[in-house]
Design a protein around this ligand. Structure first.
Ligand code: 5MM
Length: 327
């Protein structure tokens, strides 16, 4: 097996999943502000430090996606950089490398970040990163998403994936169909199908080695404002059917994003999907669904850190069990 394939398999290993801790500074500011926590480089370092040093984290977490600022920050008791510290715990360090969203027409988005990407990837690899992440955003709505927007995002994802693999970094390919909106679960199914179809077509056209990627898709859900909310079994069935129709068997694993679902729903959907026989390992790459309970338990107070770490580990453990339908 190639280095890429070995790392990709390790990222989606059974009983483990990925912690998405790659919130950009504006997103982190927003999450902190909701709980009246001051957001400074020091408070963000402190928060990531206590999450990553939670007892037994390595039993449940295979890899952590970092934002550039965090990549250069340090584990506070050893002074090691976070990538060095994670490697010492046998957790793979990853890095978000897209540069965010730009308008595409009046109501859609195109992810940016290809300029200078190869150079940035080589630097991150030399400092310990073993995988990268690029998120494309597809917006359901009136007359959208357009085929043009899906194609433009898929091309950028494929170009990013090629550059990652040239640098021996496993690309997480993240085409996110947003869950906000009043679209039905069948709309979500159709849009996710169109998106995955175009993404894999572009990955194949660009000759991306599919054994050396991890797919990070949305689940197929009812839009949050839709009057009919599909239950856990329907979400699992429709998501599996959608993925089975579009994701080639060579892909080692699928690590879902949580997309703002209630934490327990994200866990139970993953658990239900793992009752199916699939070609790929199914795990999590959650941001909010893994962090929200711990962030709330901490609320910026020193005396709450131990409790917040315990809450984080409970959440990680529940999701680890869900990767084997163990709940
Ligand atoms: C969709 O967001 C990704 C997964 O997080 P959720 O499980 O909460 O949906 C997440 O990795 C996201 O891409 C990062 O937090 C970076 O987001 P921003 O908006 O700061 O680029």
């Amino acid at each position: 097996m190639s280095e890429l394939s070995i790392v990709a398999h390790k990222m989606v290993e059974k009983n483990k999943g990925i912690l998405a801790a790659d919130e950009s500074t504006p997103t982190c500011n927003k999450r902190f502000k909701n709980l009246k926590i001051e957001s400074t480089p020091e408070s963000r370092n402190f928060y990531r430090n206590f999450l990553f040093t939670s007892l037994d984290i390595e039993k449940y977490i295979s890899g952590i996606i970092l934002f550039d600022e965090t990549f250069y920050q340090t584990e506070l008791s050893s002074g090691m950089t976070f990538p060095e510290y994670l490697i010492s715990k046998d957790i793979l360090p990853g890095i978000k490398v897209d540069k965010g969203l730009e308008d595409f027409g009046s109501s859609e988005k195109l992810t940016q970040g290809l300029d200078g990407l190869s150079k940035r990837l080589a630097k991150y690899y030399s400092l310990g990163a073993r995988f990268a992440k690029w998120r494309a955003v597809i917006t359901p709505g009136d007359g959208i998403p357009t085929d043009d927007c899906i194609l433009a995002n898929a091309k950028n994802l494929a170009k990013y994936a090629v550059k990652c693999q040239q640098t021996n970094l496993v690309p997480i390919v993240e085409p996110e169909v947003l869950m906000d909106g009043s679209h039905t679960i069948d709309d979500s199914f159709d849009i996710t199908s169109r998106t995955l179809n175009t993404v894999f077509d572009q990955l194949q056209k660009h000759k991306v080695n599919l054994q050396g990627i991890v797919l990070k898709p949305n689940m197929v859900l009812s839009g949050y404002n839709c009057s009919y909310q599909a239950d856990i079994t329907e979400v699992a069935e429709k998501t599996i059917n959608c993925l089975s129709a579009h994701v080639p068997a060579e892909v080692p694993g699928i690590a879902f994003l949580s997309g703002g679902q209630p934490d327990e729903d994200a866990t139970m959907h993953l658990n239900e999907m793992n009752k199916y026989e699939t070609d790929w390992n199914l795990t999590f790459s959650y941001g909010r669904a893994l962090q929200q309970p711990a962030l709330k338990a901490w609320s910026g107070k020193l005396e709450n850190v131990e409790k917040a770490q315990a809450v984080f580990i409970d959440t990680a453990k529940a999701n680890s069990l869900a990767t084997a339908a163990g709940l």
